[in-house]
Design a protein around this ligand. Structure first.
Ligand code: GLN
Length: 307
């Protein structure tokens, strides 16, 4: 597997040369301050080895990648009943779109668009104060990554809380259809904080191991094999919003992006991959992160469609 280190180093060198880095998300003011020149990548293989290159040890805002972890927790809490409140179809719309919600009576298309993740935050609030729900999510991520130094960046959370008017609109709209059980403020408080979890590529790749390993992480069972498969299926079909088809076409593995510029990729049975480059393409997915994953998947012959 030392081939893998060479490939990561080559990809990192290639990405350093590129000028087509996309645009850093500036609608969350704190994220707009990040250096677009950053690039990091980390891979953990199913035999437990970890490979890193570039800025793989620098923490960034995982944003929507956190939705993979909140979905996992919510399924653990309420099981298939979740699907009464959230759909499982690709949206074909931007991550913060409101139009579909009206036509579909307040039931978000999938758990990864913002509306879906806000419903999931509401599910995780049941029986808890917001602070406890946020703590539960953070502890779960720390457990998955086997790293209790992972924290929430409270400045990023505050920055989004102060400017996230569209998410406030989505939450209020769903509340009007009865699809939020708590107040929009409480559900949004949980949502903004889990989006503001800061992790580096290495930690994120480790946290994604359970999806690549049939539900197991470091020898422990996190979810059933069936559940790991289903979460991965949703990542493939919905993990990149209206860019999900293109990501599946180009990369061929399940992935989840965030507007902080991170992507978590899952190669079933083989590896968990995290990449970070802050500049985004038009669908709000990391521009160089997607290209780097495309290169890596090709070099390693990683694809869920591989014969
Ligand atoms: N917190 C961000 C938002 O709600 C998450 C979006 C994303 O990463 N795509 O806008």
């Amino acid at each position: 597997m030392s081939d893998l280190q060479r490939i990561l180093d080559e990809i990192t060198a290639e990405m350093a040369e590129r000028s087509d880095r996309g645009e850093v998300a500036s609608y969350i003011p704190q994220l707009g301050e990040i250096d677009p020149g950053k690039f990091g990548i980390a891979v953990t293989t199913s035999d437990g080895a970890v490979f890193t290159a570039g800025d793989a040890h620098e923490a960034f805002s995982i944003q929507s990648i956190s939705k993979v972890f909140t979905l996992t927790l919510a399924l653990g809490k309420v099981g298939d009943a979740l699907w009464k409140r959230v759909g499982r179809e690709p949206s074909g719309n931007p991550f913060n779109s409101i139009v579909q919600l009206e036509r579909e009576a307040g039931i978000p298309r999938n758990p990864f668009i913002n509306a879906g993740a806000i419903v999931i935050a509401d599910v995780l609030l049941a029986g808890h104060q917001p602070r406890e729900a946020i703590g539960e999510i953070l502890r779960f991520v720390q457990y998955l990554a086997d790293d209790d130094t992972i924290v929430i960046d409270h400045e990023v959370a505050a920055s989004e809380q102060a400017t996230g008017f569209r998410n406030v609109a989505l939450a209020n709209y769903m509340k009007s259809f009865g699809n939020l059980h708590h107040s929009p403020e409480l559900a949004l408080g949980v949502y903004f904080h889990h989006c503001a979890i800061a992790m580096d590529c290495r930690q994120l790749a480790l946290a994604g191991r359970f999806l690549a390993n049939g539900g197991k992480s470091g020898g422990y069972s996190v979810v059933s094999q069936e559940r790991a498969r289903r979460i991965s299926a949703l990542m493939l079909t919905c993990g990149h919003y209206d860019g999900s088809g293109d990501f599946a076409f180009r990369v061929g593995i399940p992935g989840k992006s965030g507007v902080g510029g991170g992507i978590l990729g899952v190669v079933p049975g083989a590896a968990s991959v995290a990449v970070w480059s802050p500049g985004l393409n038009r669908s709000g997915n990391s521009q160089l992160g997607s290209i780097a994953l495309e290169r890596l998947a090709r070099a390693m012959n990683w694809s869920i469609f591989a014969a």
